[in-house]
Design a protein around this ligand. Structure first.
Ligand code: LLP
Length: 420
């Protein structure tokens, strides 16, 4: 059962009519389904060893209500900034279930993590190791650390979201990993607890995972021979989701879990995962209203009230999101080819090129599917457009979990200097 389905001719989120919701909250807006978040989390957890830590990647969807929903199921959080760390704590996720990733943690951010007593820091370079050591020693603490190693595996995903190849800024270069562990072992403020890897995002085949995890499993054995206590293995996030209804879906959690089990079976480590997209993407939609249908010289445009400031993925990665009408079209409804665009003064403000849609009219509602991950979190106020608000649905209940910012609030966030 999908959480977003037509009922009585109208697209619903669980039991909530999205057309009625649009009347209440205005458009555009993001809408998340609690049931879908829960189902995606549980399906993933069921495919993995029961003592695994599943740390939801907050960068995918940082809304406190979403984090609280997942935290209540036992999820931890994968954070990449002091801000995300504070959000995870504010949502009630215990520090002991938080892992701190990211290539550029500042000392101030490290301090927040140390003070909170987080589960581990995933360290990505030797200078970061030295900095964390200094911060920990100054606080009279030892920081629990895994080193993120770069296995030099091509994740075969979009170039802008691949992270595990040699030319990427992420992780410690493979050939230096044992030396970096030796350095960590000499630092009194560092406690080595495990190994970390993450090779990219929206990965839709299992081979890159298998290649990377196998390399890392070998490294765990080597590091133990070198005398390090490796008790944890953080395998990152990255399992892709279906964005197109006409493509073969990517491997499911069970298939991924089988690869993990095969590669890690003799390792005796506690596994950590950092899924983001897999949990949140298909648990959310972006609902928008058609402002105009415009006939161009050679093309027909559907101009929406959502723009690239609300959903950046198509502009940034040429990402595909299915666009459906909120009012259910008849199976026989004729379809017309549109470029679906936003109102922003940028050619890149283009959601979909040459999309066949059942003739929406000005005032009609459309929904972007797969918008629950890397949607609202990547929004901005470009063109002085307050980003879309967020709604969480549970059964027949809904709640505005981030209200729409007003134009006045946006203007009030700027300051005019007294000397101007
Ligand atoms: N862990 C680390 C260290 C990461 O860098 C990421 C994503 C994740 C976990 C979560 O990956 P996921 O399970 O969601 O694939 N804005 C892009 C995606 C960037 C992902 C960056 N890192 C998009 O909209 O496709």
């Amino acid at each position: 059962m999908t959480a977003f389905a037509y009922r009585s001719g109208v697209l619903h989120a669980e039991d909530v009519d999205l057309a009625a919701l649009a009347e209440s909250v205005g458009t555009p807006f993001y809408c998340y389904s609690s049931a879908a978040l829960e189902r995606h989390y549980r399906d993933f957890a069921a495919a993995l060893p029961t003592d695994s830590l599943i740390a939801f990647s907050v960068k995918a969807n940082g809304n406190l209500a979403v984090l609280k929903t997942l935290g209540a199921l036992g999820a931890g959080a994968d954070v990449v900034s002091g801000g995300e760390l504070k959000k995870a704590l504010a949502a009630g996720i215990p520090a002991a279930r938080i892992v701190f990733s990211g290539v550029g943690k500042t000392r101030a951010e490290m301090q927040i993590g140390l003070d909170a007593g987080i589960h581990q820091f995933n360290v990505e370079s030797e200078p970061e190791l030295e900095a964390l050591n200094a911060v920990a020693l100054a606080s009279g603490k030892r920081a629990p650390v895994t080193l993120r190693v770069n296995p030099d595996v091509d994740a075969k995903t979009h170039a802008k979201i691949t992270t595990g190849t040699a030319e990427s800024k992420f992780g410690i270069p493979w050939d230096r990993s044992r030396a970096a562990y030796a350095l960590a072992a000499r630092l009194g403020g560092i406690e080595i607890v495990g190994v970390d890897v993450h090779i990219g995002s929206q990965i839709t085949t299992l081979a890159p995972f298998e290649a990377a995890f196998s390399r890392v499993a070998d490294l765990v054995r080597r590091l133990r021979e070198d005398g390090h206590a490796i008790g944890r293995l953080d395998l990152g996030g990255g399992l892709g989701v279906a964005y197109r209804t006409d493509n073969t879906p990517p491997p499911d959690a069970a298939a991924y879990g089988a690869v993990v089990a095969r590669v890690t079976k003799d390792l005796d480590v506690r596994l950590i995962f950092e899924p983001g997209r897999l949990i949140a993407a298909n648990a959310g939609v972006l609902v928008s209203r058609v402002i105009y249908v415009k006939q161009g010289d050679t093309k027909k445009f559907l101009i929406l009230d959502a723009g690239m400031n609300d959903l950046l993925r198509p502009a940034l990665y040429d990402a595909h999101h299915e666009i459906v009408c909120v009012a259910e079209p008849a199976d026989t409804a004729p379809r017309t080819r549109y470029d679906v665009v936003g109102p922003i003064c940028e050619t890149a403000d283009l959601f979909a090129r040459d999309r066949d849609l059942p003739d929406p009219k000005a005032g009609d509602l459309v929904a972007f599917l797969g918008a629950g991950a890397y949607g609202a979190v990547m929004s901005s106020a470009y063109n002085a457009r307050p980003p879309a608000p967020e709604v969480l649905v549970k059964g027949g209940q809904w709640s505005l979990v981030r209200p729409r910012m007003t134009d006045d609030a946006l203007i009030a966030s700027d300051r005019i200097p007294p000397w101007l």
